[in-house]
Each structure stands twice: as structure tokens, then as C-alpha cells.
Ligand binder design. Structure first.
Ligand SMILES: [Cu+2]
Length: 145
């Protein structure tokens, strides 16, 4: 038994050595434990709009925003005036472009009604905004320049 086990070990060890090192390297990068560089942005990279100043307006009707793009200058306080024209809850939440980190969480408003959100200065970049109640149907890109 020991002799057979030893032979099996030798054969397996040889097989391992027989595989090329590039394949071993590929396997290592596909390890689920390794940090993945292939995060997919939650925003549409083709969306673009120009800064509208430090006070932005957006509305919701029929569970849709009236725009998929907002833009504002970086490093200054911002205000978002959000008008909910629906008779149920919406809000605006701002997240990093991957939708992983919440940067601002606006109070929900049951419409019809308007709220004014005060934002602390944001760094230059692209952000995801969406309604936290309906994140897949109501979303857009916030461009800070
Ligand atoms: Cu909503």
C-alpha cells in the first residue's frame, strides 16, 4: 500500500510539473479570493452632460427621472432640488460609479412634493445616482467636473 501511494504521489507531482507556468499563473489570477480589477461600472459610460451650476433640479414621474444625467462643479457645496410628482415614495441616493459605496442618502419623499438636498462637496469624477426605492428603474449619472 505504501509503495502504491508513493507511486501515485510521484505521478501526480510529475503531472503538476508538466503543466506550463503560464497556465498556473492564469489560474492564480482567477482565484475568487483575489481582488478583482474587473469591476463593472453601474453607470453608462457614454452618458454626458454639462455642469448646470451648484443647484441641480430633477423630478420623478411615473417612476422615471426626467433626466439620466446631472453635472456640477467639484469641491463645492451642492443642492439638489428633487420634485416627486408621483403619489408614492422616491428619493435620490448618490453612490460611487460602481454602486458599491453610498455617498449621499436623500430622505424619501411621498409626492407630490419637493425636497431640497444639501450635499457636501464632491471630488471630480462620475457617480451613480438612483432612487433607493427603485434602483434599477430610476438611475442616472452624476458628473462632477
Ligand atoms: Cu423611486
Amino acid at each position: 500500500m505504501n509503495r502504491i501511494g508513493c507511486l501515485v504521489f510521484v505521478v501526480m507531482a510529475s503531472a503538476c510539473q508538466g503543466t506550463g507556468s503560464p497556465n498556473v499563473s492564469d489560474d492564480a489570477t482567477q482565484s475568487p479570493a483575489a481582488p478583482r480589477p474587473s469591476l463593472v461600472p453601474a453607470i453608462d459610460p457614454n452618458v454626458n452632460c454639462s455642469p448646470e451650476g451648484t443647484e441641480l433640479s430633477i423630478s420623478a414621474r411615473g417612476s422615471k427621472f426626467n433626466t439620466g444625467c446631472l453635472a456640477a462643479p467639484a469641491d463645492t457645496s451642492l443642492r439638489i432640488v428633487f420634485e416627486n410628482l408621483d403619489e408614492f415614495e422616491h428619493n435620490i441616493g448618490i453612490h460611487d460609479e460602481y454602486g458599491l459605496k453610498t455617498i449621499f442618502h436623500g430622505d424619501r419623499v411621498t409626492g407630490p412634493g419637493t425636497v431640497s438636498y444639501e450635499l457636501t462637496p464632491l471630488a471630480k469624477g462620475k457617480y451613480l445616482f438612483h432612487c433607493d426605492v427603485h434602483p434599477s428603474a430610476m438611475k442616472g449619472t452624476l458628473i462632477i467636473t
